[in-house]
Design a protein around this ligand. Structure first.
Ligand code: FES
Length: 268
């Protein structure tokens, strides 16, 4: 700890005086820059897609950004509507459910690292000083709220079940007959699988299954599941990016088919 009023970080008393911001000579800025561009691209597309409020349904495909469709206005697009939000809801139906997938992603351990580095530069990379004078980590408000991730995990599971249901429904044709598939079916199935891989590789999920145990030997089933989830957990960053990119692609595919820009390819 530094005394009140003393400079913190690289300028703190007792720290070596180095005349340059960092001694790293590699391209350390490349990774946070790519991360920032990737996240920005998703944010821009997802914001546009969520607000536009049309072309999100083409029987039997529904965009993952709009499922479940809770507003009565969904019926005007042909989408199955639960009608929980009546016609008084003036905005896009996607905005009703956005908080859950958004909260799950925003509080994810991987994305926290990603945006702390690429947007807040806290720090941008190992061995690179951050521009902020104070560091309180996630021990205080507002970042202590990141602990809510374990609860968003459960909401994420509910959405995975719903989107898996949408993928199963996609095995019907445009007239509602079963055991048909188009390219859109494949897209929705891959989207659901990637979302499950993302959730199952979650750190909270791994802790839920194998954490707080004194003896693995007394819990062989949980130990077995924990070992399997640990394999997925090692690839959490990969699943985070794949599922993020593919959920946007799934929305785009449904949108292009629904708007008539492309025709869904019939497989059987
Ligand atoms: S840590 Fe990334 S989803 Fe839980």
């Amino acid at each position: 700890m530094t005394r009140a009023g003393s400079p913190a970080g690289v300028g703190a008393p007792g720290r070596a005086l180095v005349g340059v911001p960092t001694l790293r000579t590699d391209r350390w800025w490349r990774s946070p820059l790519i991360t920032m561009l990737g996240l920005l691209a998703f944010i821009v597309y997802a914001t546009w897609a969520a607000f536009i409020g049309k072309n999100y349904f083409y029987e039997p495909y529904i965009s993952p950004f709009y499922s479940p469709c809770l507003a009565a206005s969904c019926a005007s697009s042909g989408a199955p509507s639960l009608g929980i939000f009546g016609t008084w809801w003036p905005l896009s139906p996607a905005l009703i459910i956005l908080i859950f997938p958004l909260g799950f992603r925003l509080t994810c351990y991987y994305y926290r690292k990603a945006y702390y580095r690429s947007f807040w530069r806290s720090p941008a990379a190992c061995g690179v000083p951050e521009p902020h004078q104070k560091y309180t980590g996630e021990t205080r408000f507002p970042l202590i709220l990141q602990n809510i991730h374990r609860y968003f995990f459960f909401f994420g599971l509910i959405f995975n079940v719903i989107l898996t249901y949408d993928a199963v429904i996609a095995f019907r044709n445009h007239d509602g007959q079963w055991f048909h598939a188009g390219l859109g079916t494949v897209v929705l199935v891959i989207n659901a699988v990637l979302l499950w891989l993302y959730s199952m590789s979650c750190h909270s999920c791994r802790h839920l299954v194998g954490g707080r145990l004194r003896h693995f030997s007394k819990h062989p089933v949980r130990y077995w599941a924990w070992m399997k989830l640990s394999v997925l957990n090692e690839r959490h960053m990969l699943f985070a990016w794949l599922s993020l990119g593919f959920v946007a692609f799934t929305d785009l595919y449904v949108r292009l088919v629904a708007s008539g820009a492309i025709t869904d390819l019939k497989l059987f």
